[in-house]
Every structure is written in C-alpha cells, then in structure tokens.
Design a protein around this ligand. Structure first.
Ligand code: V47
Ligand code: SF4
Length: 378
C-alpha cells in the first residue's frame, strides 16, 4: 500500500509543474529525510496549498496510516484569576471583576462526580495562575479526582501553572513534578509555550515563564516519566522565521526525550483582548501551518486539530493537511476559546459526531486514551 502511495506521490510531483527547492523538498519527504529550517521556511513561503496538503498527508500516513484519533474527555478550569496579564488572553479576570470564577475544591470535585459512569477517559485541567494556590492544593485536587474517577487519566497544568505552584511550595522543578506525579498527575498539556522567540514573547506575554524554562519543565517531566504535549500560539505578530525557530526548539528537545505525544497549533483568536486590532489569519494560513508543522516537526507522532478553537469545519479540513487527532468530546467544559471569539460557543461533541467528522473526511476514527493506546476502532 505504501509502495503504491510512494509511486503516486512521485507521479504527482513529476506532473505538478513544481520545480526547484519545492521539488527537492518533496524528494526528501519521500525518503524520510529531515527538513532543515531553510526548507521549512520555503514551505511557509509557498502558496501551493494543495501541494503542501499532499506532502503533509503523505507524512501523516507514514506516521498513523488512515487513522484519526479522538478521546472522551472533559475540562476543569479551576479559575480565571491570574497573576499574569498576557496580551492575547481574553479569559483572565481580576478578583471581583465581572466574568470571574474561582471554584472551591468541593465545586471542582462535584464537576468530577457528574462524570461518573459516562465513559470518560481523560480530565484536562487548565486555568489561570492563582496567586494563593500552591502545589498541594492542586495535588489534592488530582488525588481526590482519582478517587472519584479511578480509571481516568489526569492531564493537568501548563508549564506556566507548574512553574508558579512549584516555586510557591518551595520545591525544585524535579521535586515538584515528582510530588505531583505521586499525587496522581499522569501528563502535562501543551499550553504556555506561546512563541519561543524571546523578543516576541516579551511583547505578548513577558510576565510568564521564559521559553527556556518552558522547555526545562517539559524536559524534567519527560525525564521523570511524565509525558506531555506542546503548542504554538501563531498568527499574531510573529514571522515565519519565529514559527520555524519554535518548531526547531521542540524538535531538538524531542530528539533527546521522546516525551511529547502531540503538538497542537493554536491560532490566535482576537476577540476581547488587547491585541484585537491585529486581526486573525485566514483558514488558508491555518491549513498551511498544519502542513508545514507535520512536515518539519517530524518526531512528534501526533498533530492535533483542536476543534473548540478552530471550529468543526476547519478542524475537519486540517485532517487533509497532516493532522491526525481532533482532541475530545469536551462536553462544554472549556471557556478559553469561546471567550476569545471561537464560533464554538458551547463546545460539545458526542462519539457519533466525532466518528462522522472523521469518516466523512476519509479516515478511520479511533477512540484513544491519553497516551494514544487504541480503545475502539470505528
Ligand atoms: O497557552 C489563550 C492559548 C493555551 C488565546 O495539551 C489562546 O492537549 C488562541 O494548553 N487565542 C492553553 N489561543 C490551552 C492549552 C491546550 C489546548 C488544547 C489542547 C491541549 C493539549 C492544550 O491557550 C494558552 C494559550 O496559548 N490561548 N488565549 C487566544 N486568544
Ligand atoms: Fe494567565 Fe494563561 Fe491568560 Fe496568560 S494566557 S493571562 S498565564 S490565564
């Protein structure tokens, strides 16, 4: 089957009218050779979307065949009070401000209780950096959720939240991560990476942890046997060079740790935040970004098309540009993207919706657990 695909890719390349650098890149993709940053930039500067889609799909099929993954999950967002004030954030509030929330332990455990016997396999915990909550508060949250939902994987706390709670509790990075693992934390989500270029990072989110510290948190987690995801926030004031630099830093870390399960490109959404005047990039740019990501970031197995942020239609289209995962059922439990202007105001999909979305794009739906073990083939 792959031989056939290789032959058809060769045919397409030969008859596409493509020449020069783009053709040479296709040759490297076919033999599984790594692209260098200059070649990554060439792809970003190409406007031949269908060609990028063909190459990215070729790579996607090498990684995961015809499969596209989803899981059954819900989110707990403990608070939107935050020490920091990132310019792109539509979500954070000060205490007492309209739209603020700050759940007590009991309220969060009630949310967990409402999911018993619902076939959920993952709880995703992410929120603002609450100045008063330390590692033990969140550790107890994890431990108590595990008592309520014992079979459920807990993916919790971005490197931004971890950096603060670990420092607040007086631990080193390794000690803090080990304590959270002992409390029952299973993996770490990809948020907080934003953009690694230091100058751009300073301009859009200068208060949160540095790029190097983000990478250090994930490196330490991988060393301690805690897998994680990674993200990029793109489509604001960064350039293509900054995107490639970001992917390259992740690719280098992944070469040494192999701890990243999935990469999630997050398109900047511009409603209700102080960078509003920048506007948003087009769907074409979103699809191109998926393709380049799949082709350049060759050692992270899964590329996630995160539908609560992209909207269902664009998330589905991304499956033809290298994505092989659409995240989860969500059950209307995340507010980050609806507050930033996503069309998905109450994000919720059931298993049938997921299966239909994936099948109608021509792929085989696989329900997975958080570590990409296959639970059910549809
Ligand atoms: O780091 C905030 C982003 C992230 C905006 O690991 C915005 O499976 C776009 O971590 N426009 C948090 N993005 C979300 C996150 C995540 C999401 C999905 C899957 C996974 C995973 C992790 O949300 C933040 C930031 O980059 N964000 N505001 C905005 N206006
Ligand atoms: Fe706080 Fe996260 Fe919003 Fe930044 S993006 S202000 S760290 S909640």
């Amino acid at each position: 089957m792959y031989k056939y695909r290789k032959m058809s890719l060769q045919y397409l390349i030969d008859h596409s009218g493509i020449s020069g650098e783009l053709k040479a890149i296709a040759g490297k993709i076919m033999v599984g050779e790594r692209l260098n940053p200059k070649e990554g930039l060439t792809l970003y500067h190409s406007n031949n979307l269908s060609y990028l889609g063909i190459l990215a799909t070729y790579r996607k099929r090498q990684a995961s065949g015809d499969k596209v993954y989803f899981n059954r999950n819900f989110h707990i967002e403990p608070t939107n009070i935050c020490l920091y004030n990132c310019k792109f954030c539509s979500y954070r509030r000060n205490p007492g401000e309209a739209g603020v929330w700050d759940y007590s332990m009991d309220e969060m455990l009630d949310i967990a209780r409402s999911y018993t016997d619902k076939g959920i396999t993952e709880v995703h915990i992410v929120g603002g950096v609450h100045p008063q909550h330390d590692l033990h508060f969140f550790g107890e949250l994890v431990r108590e959720i595990k008592k309520i939902l014992p079979q459920t994987h807990i993916k919790g706390f971005t490197a931004v939240e971890l950096d603060y709670m670990i420092r607040k509790s007086g631990y080193t990075l390794d000690e803090g991560l080990q304590k959270l693992k002992d409390y029952g934390l299973d993996s770490i989500p990809g948020g907080g990476a934003e953009i690694f270029n230091e100058k751009i990072r300073e301009q859009i989110c200068g208060q949160k942890l540095s790029s190097q510290l983000w990478l250090d948190v994930h490196e330490a987690a991988h060393r301690l046997g805690i897998p994680s995801n990674a993200t990029i926030l793109y489509g604001h004031i960064e350039t293509y060079e900054h995107r490639i630099d970001h992917l390259n830093r992740l690719r280098n870390l992944q070469d040494s740790t192999k701890g990243f399960n999935a990469f999630i490109p997050l398109k900047y959404k511009n409603a209700n935040n102080s960078m509003h005047s920048i506007g948003e990039v087009s769907t074409l740019e979103v699809l191109k970004n998926f393709a380049v990501t799949r082709l350049f970031l060759d050692n992270v197995p899964h590329i996630k098309s995160y539908w609560p942020m992209l909207g269902k239609q664009t998330a589905q289209l991304a499956l033809a540009f290298g994505a092989d995962d659409v995240d989860g059922t969500i059950d209307d439990t995340t507010k980050i993207y609806s507050m930033a202007g996503s069309e998905e105001l109450s994000p919720n999909m059931d298993t049938n919706d997921m299966v239909n979305m994936i099948q109608s794009a021509g792929f085989t739906p696989i329900e997975r657990d958080s570590c990409y073990n296959e639970l059910k083939v549809f």
